[in-house]
Design a protein around this ligand. Structure first.
Ligand code: PGA
Length: 253
């Protein structure tokens, strides 16, 4: 059985106080609307991590994730945060290759590959984000584009390391736009990703990897998206900023 996961990427939202309030609301709401079989990952900005880590440390089905980490181990890299530091705050997951980082911060596959390796070294599970842009979708190049991203960032890993990662399919045209992929489009791409993993690493690994869908998920559309056979959960942006919506999404499996 693959792990079912709902991850909330807060992006650059919430002051420290607002973030703590949101986590308190999430903890209280999940205590009422329990779904212990679903792994919930909270991915706040860096400055919230330590305090939120303490708050959720005794809750087994809620874990902490970071939005980014340095590709370097430690040292003179002003402004960067290392995987080692994240680990020391209780971080268990890290987003790698979110399209906003690829587009606004020019992150390329070689950098992403280094980030995956350094995270794994510090026992942090990378959530590798892949997804085509609108032009690639409209010109029917979406399958090739996603395959390329996957290959370049992660197919250099050993089978043992690859089996530890999580993939998030996030079509760029669906992120923050209110336009979500149809369940048919999501299932098609998730199946494609799993097939490519199967070709490279074999059936056992391809069947064990969780593949999340991201892009304008909300409590109204996740029930259908999560019912797709190859969709193992969601990476949620905007709807993770409201406790009720995020809890409803986690309960929509
Ligand atoms: P969205 O963001 O849910 O606001 O579309 C998803 C993401 O960027 O991970």
């Amino acid at each position: 059985m693959r792990k079912k996961i709902v991850a909330g990427n807060w992006k650059m939202n919430k002051s420290f106080e607002q973030g703590i309030n949101l986590v308190d609301d999430l903890i209280n709401s999940f205590a009422i609307h329990q779904c212990p079989e679903i792994l919930k990952i909270i991915i706040p900005p860096f400055i919230h991590l330590n305090e939120i880590g303490k708050k959720i440390s005794s809750i087994p089905d809620i874990e902490l994730g970071a939005q980014n980490c340095s590709n370097n181990d430690n040292g003179a890299f002003t402004g960067e945060i290392s995987a080692d530091m994240l680990s020391s705050c209780g971080v268990k997951y890290v987003l790698v290759g979110h399209s906003e980082r690829r587009i606004y911060f020019n992150e390329n596959s070689s950098l992403l590959s280094q980030k995956i390796i350094v995270s794994l070294k510090h026992n942090i599970t990378p959530i590798l984000c892949v997804g085509e842009n609108l032009e690639e979708r409209n010109s029917n190049k979406h399958l090739e584009a996603v395959k390329q991203q996957l290959k370049e960032a992660a197919f250099n890993l050993s089978p043992a390391d690859f089996s530890k990662i999580i993939i998030a399919y996030e079509p760029v045209w669906a992120i923050g736009t209110g336009v979500t992929a149809t369940s048919h489009q999501a299932q098609g791409m998730h199946n494609h990703i799993r097939t490519e993993i199967n070709k490279k690493y074999g059936k056992e690994i391809s069947e064990s990897i969780s593949i999340l869908y991201g892009g304008s998920c909300n409590p109204e559309n996740t029930k259908e998206l999560f019912s797709c056979i190859d969709v193992d959960g969601g990476l949620i942006g905007g709807s993770s900023l409201k406790a009720n919506d995020f809890v409803a999404i986690a309960n929509s499996f």
